[in-house]
Design a binder for this molecule. Sequence first.
Ligand code: I3P
Length: 155
Amino acid sequence: MNIEYSTSLVGEGQEGYLIRKHEWESTTKKASNRSWDKLYIVARAGRICFYKDIKSFKSNPELTFRGEPSYELQGAQVEIANDYTKKKHVLRIKLSNGAEFLLQAHDDNEMVLWVNSVKAQSETGTVAESRSQTLPAISQKDEPKRRSFFTLKKK
Ligand code: I3P
């Protein structure tokens, strides 16, 4: 089964194509580029990354869309964007740094998969991380390793 080109659960995360609109860069600054872009999105290990397509991601996970950083999901709010009525199947992610994205899925089912996956990651970080909380000192040790998966600098 070719799962690469559809939305799929990969490990504890979620990846696939969604159509994205960047609404806010921070709580006070509207995003300058506000158009809808079909992007390959990878949400895993407590972070979310946006790519032009799956090829960019597979060839080099640092090749993000417009060189964007990977974004921390811990503390993010995710919800079905019922108040956004121009498009169907849209979810909203508000990151803890104030950035906000609208993401349009193909259907409600896919939308709910993304909401649940992002919500799980926003609440607990990675599964490994939440497990490590029972083992003091390990979470700190794991941190550089986890970051290095997406070797991008944080903004
Ligand atoms: C944006 C584009 C978006 C639109 C956005 C525009 O223009 O038309 O679709 O958002 O409106 O700025 P451009 O492609 O030239 O960047 P909606 O689809 O939500 O209307 P906005 O700036 O009012 O958010």
